[in-house]
Design a protein around this ligand. Structure first.
Ligand SMILES: *Cc1c(COP(=O)(O)O)cnc(C)c1O
Length: 328
């Protein structure tokens, strides 16, 4: 494969397209956490982004980069998570019809949210059908443009705009922690971080139960794993992509893992101390920092909180769980 990797120039183009459309999300601090770690931690709060997650950035940038004729024919995506809502809203704002392919057993709330943004939802049977193949039918038959969730240059470039904003606001960083699913977010983040703050060490964080990126990073070839199980439902991808893997190899210092229990502790910390709702996947980077997965004393540390979309019943149960972080 010889697809061209996106560069920081592409992130700058994405930032221009997203200006006045995406929210410039806040950067929050916690003196409790800074004191505990002896470090300065800057949280980039993409839980406050449109649709509740950073994925709006990549989805919007990818659709805005299409030709007028392509946009008129429409876009298709396969996702039951934040990418579905990102593509649905971005398509609506840009006047493109959107088709979202979702498993028939996806939560009703997710289907409704996607339909409320004006998208057509096509259901498929997880047991007998391949979602990518279902989506490809719309590409081949109807000429729709496929908007992939991570392995696509304009999606990666769009995702990179969040860390660009973080560095503009917080200044240079010694370390940056970013959740990793298929690697679109960390790839874009790395382009921005190394363009603006070249010495920043970039760490990806995955659920321990689904550490395909860690295995790939350490072995030097893309490793595909069986469908993992974790509360971090936005990071259950089975393999990195053809674009995201080389970008991760080039820019990332290491891929770390955290347990589901550590994610719950981070969610509790955000609710109790900082009064913010962060979804389990959104807590991956923060959980690595809170558990000092690498030494951080004296450092300026960026953490990307990637999203805040929770199922209220699960969220309530997770907040009530008793395995807390030690008090300070
Ligand atoms: C999709 C998603 C991720 C993972 O992003 P990738 O680009 O697939 O690595 C992390 N957090 C949230 C909230 C997501 O929706």
């Amino acid at each position: 494969m010889t697809a061209t990797l996106p560069s920081y120039e592409d992130v700058l183009k994405a930032a221009a397209r997203l200006e006045g459309v995406a929210h410039r999300t806040p950067v929050l601090r916690s003196s409790t956490l800074d004191t505990r770690l002896g470090a300065q931690v800057f949280f980039k709060c993409e839980n406050f982004q449109r649709i509740g997650a950073f994925k709006f950035r990549g989805g919007y940038n990818a659709i805005a980069a299409l030709s007028e004729a392509q946009r008129r024919r429409g876009v298709v995506a396969f996702s039951s998570g934040n990418h579905a809502q990102a593509v649905a809203l971005a398509a609506k704002l840009l006047g493109a019809p959107a088709t979202i392919v979702m498993p028939a057993d996806a939560p009703r709330a997710k289907k409704n949210a996607t339909q409320e943004y004006g998208a057509r939802v096509i259901e498929y049977d997880r047991a007998t059908q391949d979602r990518e193949q279902v989506a490809r039918q719309f590409v081949e038959r109807d000429g729709l443009s496929l908007i992939p969730p991570f392995d696509y240059a304009d999606v990666i470039a769009g995702q990179g705009t969040a860390v660009k904003e973080l560095l503009e606001e917080a200044g240079g960083l010694d370390a940056l922690f970013v959740p990793v699913g298929g690697g679109g977010l960390i790839s874009g983040s790395a382009l921005s971080a190394h363009a603006i703050s070249p010495d920043c060490q970039i760490f990806g964080v995955e659920p321990q139960a689904g550490n395909d990126a860690q295995q790939s990073f350490r072995s030097g070839a893309i490793v595909r794993i069986a469908q993992p199980s974790s509360i971090a439902d936005g990071a259950l991808t089975q393999a990195l992509g053809q674009l995201t893997f080389p970008l991760i190899q080039r820019h990332v210092k290491d891929i770390l893992t955290v347990t589901d229990a550590q994610l719950v502790q981070a969610m509790q910390f955000f609710a109790e101390r900082m009064k913010i709702v962060v979804e389990p996947t959104g807590c991956l980077g923060a959980a690595a920092v809170m558990n000092e997965a690498v030494p951080l004393k004296g450092m300026r540390v960026g953490v990307l909180l990637s999203g805040g979309n929770v199922d209220l019943a699960s969220y309530g149960a997770q907040l009530a769980a008793s395995d807390r972080l030690p008090p300070t």
